[in-house]
Design a protein around this ligand. Structure first.
Ligand code: PMP
Length: 372
């Protein structure tokens, strides 16, 4: 059937919109509809800060619009990170900011560049404003700065880089980020997506926030969906030169952060103990899980190095990623198999509780041994 329907004179979508495949979220229920333990969306296994939970259920006035400028939340973030609130823009999740960045700086005839296996929203962000997505080759699933720089053309307007990257977990350090920025023309916007930065210690080890503070062409985006445990409230933020922040403010939704989201966000920023506990939990459990997976190397399982709250596992032995995905589902877990992102040989698993990670490592071992 034609995507515009059968009616000849129906509204015609722009041709670049027809090329977009809707974002495919991970499943949340098994084949028979029974609930599964969800380790497919990189959410926080510790839940949400108790203070943030209390703030969003405190008496608020939902008959009134929220503060359109999220002033108190921007101030809280500015105080925490040493950034002037005027240099901070809020989004309905960082997804909104990624889309706005592409929309503000790229259009028909322009190119938006990112690395192979980059975050899937970059493709949608590029296409929805009519720009052409250009994909630079990876280096063993990781970011190759030379390949990115070699893929820049005179039409490049925006470069997206997630660091750590999703779905690979790969990370590049400060010297590589500096080299990437130095190699780009100043009229290209470099978007450094730090959705998982708080899992890295120190969290600005790649110098992205410093670069956003000192350059005219860098936007850093962050989210409350991961370490802050507020994915359901949809809060993202970005920082960069005042001119960039101004452009995004012009085109964002006027009340794009809800009343409960602003209240929860402010309380979550104040509870850095929860953030630190989440970071330590992740480091401990990721290290243990990776060690358990490395012991399965002779069965063809390879955990890729990850600085994030998930691990991407490559399967090259008798047990395939698809079979492992199905087997884990039988076992009660939903993980992320990624054929749609060119990774049919890989499974991404979010770091959960110690019991869940032990259970999954044991299940993978049993399946790998049975496949021999
Ligand atoms: N960037 C990256 C790299 C991500 O993995 C995600 C979440 N999957 C986002 C941005 C968007 O997160 P949100 O819109 O929830 O802030």
């Amino acid at each position: 059937m034609s995507p515009v329907g059968e009616v000849a004179d129906a509204p015609r979508p722009k041709e670049w919109i027809l090329g977009i495949h809707a974002y495919v979220p991970g499943k949340s229920a098994g084949k028979d509809g029974r609930p599964l333990i969800k380790l497919s969306a990189n959410e926080n296994p510790l839940g949400t800060s108790a203070q943030a939970l209390a703030a969003r259920t405190a008496p608020l006035a939902p008959s009134l619009y929220p503060d359109p400028d999220s002033k108190d939340l921007r101030k809280a973030l500015g105080d925490l990170h040493g950034i002037a609130p005027e240099r901070i823009v809020m989004g309905t999740g960082s997804d909104e900011l990624l889309n706005l960045a592409a929309q503000a700086y790229a259009g028909v005839g322009d190119e938006v560049l990112y690395v192979r296996f980059g975050f899937s929203v970059y493709d949608i962000a590029a296409r929805r404003c009519g720009a052409t997505p250009v994909i630079a080759p990876d280096r063993d699933y990781g970011t190759d700065v030379d390949a990115l720089l070699a893929s820049v053309t005179e039409r490049t307007r925006v470069v997206f880089l997630a660091n750590p990257n999703n779905p690979t977990g790969s990370y590049i350090g400060r010297s590589e980020i500096t080299r990437l920025h130095a190699g780009l023309r100043p009229d290209i916007l470099l978007v450094l997506d730090q959705a998982y930065a708080e899992y890295v210690a120190p969290e600005d080890a790649d110098g992205a926030l410093e670069l956003a503070a000192s350059s005219a062409n860098v936007l850093v985006t962050r989210t409350f969906s991961k370490i802050y445990g507020l994915a359901g409230e949809r809060i993202g933020w970005g920082t960069g030169a005042p001119a960039i922040v101004d452009m995004l403010n012009r085109i964002r939704g006027p009340f794009n952060v809800s009343l409960t989201a602003q209240a929860a966000g402010i309380a979550a920023v104040a509870d850095q103990d929860f953030v630190e506990a989440s970071r330590l939990h992740n480091l401990r459990e990721r290290t243990r899980f990776v060690a358990a997976l490395e012991a399965l190397g002779n069965h063809g399982l390879r955990p890729l190095p990850s600085e994030a709250n998930f691990v991407l596992i490559e399967f090259s032995g008798k047990l395939t990623a698809e079979a492992a995905y199905d087997g884990l589902m039988e076992h009660g877990y939903i993980t992320r198999w990624l054929p749609g992102q060119g990774l049919p040989q890989c499974l991404r698993i979010t770091i959960g509780t110690p019991e869940q990670m032990d259970d999954i490592a044991t299940a993978l071992r049993t399946m790998a041994e049975a496949a021999q």
